[in-house]
Design a binder for this molecule. Structure first.
Ligand SMILES: Nc1cc(-c2cccs2)n[nH]1
Length: 252
């Protein structure tokens, strides 16, 4: 997967050099390119924003700069071998489509993502209009709270998407068993997990997990996932249908 990120803080994405993301990049599963938006400014101050038409607080990011940057980044990528068609453009915003595991799975199928994180009060809306007629442009939010800029949202989305790519996670199973993964785990939170030692500071591992009885262990895990979901996210539990629970039993 090719990922282009245009930002005034490209250094914000240093975390993508480490851990799973770093290894995925080394192995060529992820090809992440960072671009400094200010490289497309034309004034000595490298201005990227201006006051909003109609007044109001804060600053809005200028359309010309973004237009030149996106055109240049897309053209440069297309000039490289093996970059497919057109990118899926993702603009983080508090008012966007909620980013969920389902959206992460959708994005994990894309060969090329272009992220446009904004600072200030957002990007001039004509940028989305301009590219919406040529590319698939999604305005996406990662929760009902307001960040200072979209960079943190891009980090969250890239991690959630990249871990779904084949070869990124060691144990393929852990993706299908994710909380929120579609199918039998949809709307079920994962239950508690344990490892050695069997007793730690007087806390014992549940006996069933030491029994070696896979059927009982699976049922216990299902019951714990249900209990935790009902306790922490009752609104998810209300979406569970009997078929999901049956399927979950069948799966095990
Ligand atoms: N979910 C979400 C996105 C954002 C921002 C995106 C760009 C600037 S602030 N805040 N909260």
């Amino acid at each position: 997967m090719r990922v282009d990120i245009i930002s005034i803080f490209p250094e914000y994405f240093a975390p993508l050099d480490v851990s799973l993301m770093g290894k995925a990049r080394e192995r060529g599963i992820l090809d992440i390119r960072l671009h400094q938006l200010r490289d497309w400014t034309h004034d000595v101050h490298k201005t990227v924003d201006d006051t909003p038409y109609g007044g109001g607080p804060g600053m809005v990011m200028k359309p010309e700069i973004w237009g030149e940057a996106i055109d240049a980044v897309v053209a440069a990528a297309l000039a490289e071998r093996g970059v497919p068609g057109e990118p899926r453009m993702i603009v983080p915003t508090p008012s966007g489509r909620p980013f969920t595991q389902e959206v992460a799975l959708e994005y994990a199928e894309e060969p090329w993502l272009l992220f446009a994180p904004a600072r200030y009060e957002g990007i001039d809306s004509r940028v989305m209009a301009e590219y919406g007629s040529r590319l698939r442009v999604d305005e996406v939010g990662i929760g009902d709270y307001v960040l200072a800029g979209g960079e943190a949202a891009v980090l969250v989305m890239i991690e959630a998407v990249a871990r779904l790519l084949p070869g990124v996670l060691g144990n393929a199973r852990s993706v299908t068993d994710d909380s929120f993964a579609p199918g039998v785990m949809a709307n079920l939170l994962e239950g508690p997990v344990y490892t050695k030692p069997p007793v730690w500071r007087g806390h014992e591992v549940p006996e069933v997990l030491l029994s070696g009885h896979h059927g009982k262990i699976a049922r216990w895990r299902r019951d714990e996932a249900l209990r935790r979901t009902l306790e922490k996210r009752p609104e998810l539990a209300s979406r569970l249908d009997p078929a999901t629970l049956d399927a979950y039993d069948r799966k095990v």
